[in-house]
Design a protein around this ligand. Sequence first.
Ligand code: XMP
Length: 317
Amino acid sequence: EWTPDAFVESTIANLKAQLGDDKVVLGLSGGVDSSVAAVLLHKAIGTNLHCIFVDNGLLRKDEYEAVLEQYKHMGLNIKGIDAKDRFLSQLAGLKDPEMKRKAIGRVFIEVFDDAAHEVQNVKWLGQGTIYPDVIESVSVKGPSATIKSHHNVGGLPAYMKLKVVEPLNTLFKDEVRRVGKTLGIDDVILGRHPFPGPGLAIRILGDVTAEKVAILQEADAIYINNLREAGLYDQVWQAGAIFLPVQSVGVMGDERTYENVICLRAVESVDGMTADWCHLPYPVLAKISNEIINKVKGINRVVYDISSKPPATIEWE
Ligand code: XMP
């Protein structure tokens, strides 16, 4: 029978044997998978694990600073890189979701590659790939259709010539969480909702600007904080706000407004392959809507997404 303790013990022993005194670079994202992979590797090889955390400017409000602090606190050997401007400038004018993903994937590899090159004699790339990522990346490459190019798998430039070590690639998400718990990783990290690699860029429909990112970060923070306060965050599998570049008429005092729409999405799911929209309580939705409309400049309407997957995907892009 599979247990997290046995998994941790055997994985650390195997990693030690496999890696010896070799150095490993690993990109941390703030998510569950890369964090658990990092701690396992850290336990196996200590400071020979070099973690890199890239601020792509597309994370949730204040998340980069908070998560970087948390990782340092955990004793990880980590370097934070502010690449916000580089990502934004490469996204400028791009409207198509797949073009946006490609640009973000490309810049990420460039930034990561620069940082990895600063680690002398690195031999391995560590990744937090889990079993469903392996399956899905096979299926999206299949002949049927490109659904969405998830860029967390296989995004390695050939010239880096690193060997890949993926300690979680046989596990499902719930198993990864149990392993994380055994390793003593904070619940804030283990319980964090899944968040896409391209971040808020695929929650802003159409072209991405710094101004739209800032608006979405504010709205999203109000949404997520209210879910936490209402004790709903852990019951929801994934939640996030989406910026709709649609203007609608509103009134504010005596004035007519003509501003954008924020859509709230919350889903229940097991693995993200299928999902049902969450029946969030009306009073909670009402409070979130009021708060967003009153506090976030540029938004005069909030809507709630009541579509399930399939056919609607979790993300809008
Ligand atoms: P969809 O929108 O396909 O999302 O129903 C299923 C799950 O995958 C996440 N997602 C992504 N994750 N890169 C990622 O790392 C991506 O390009 C991407 N697109 C979607 C999504 O947040 C959900 O958890």
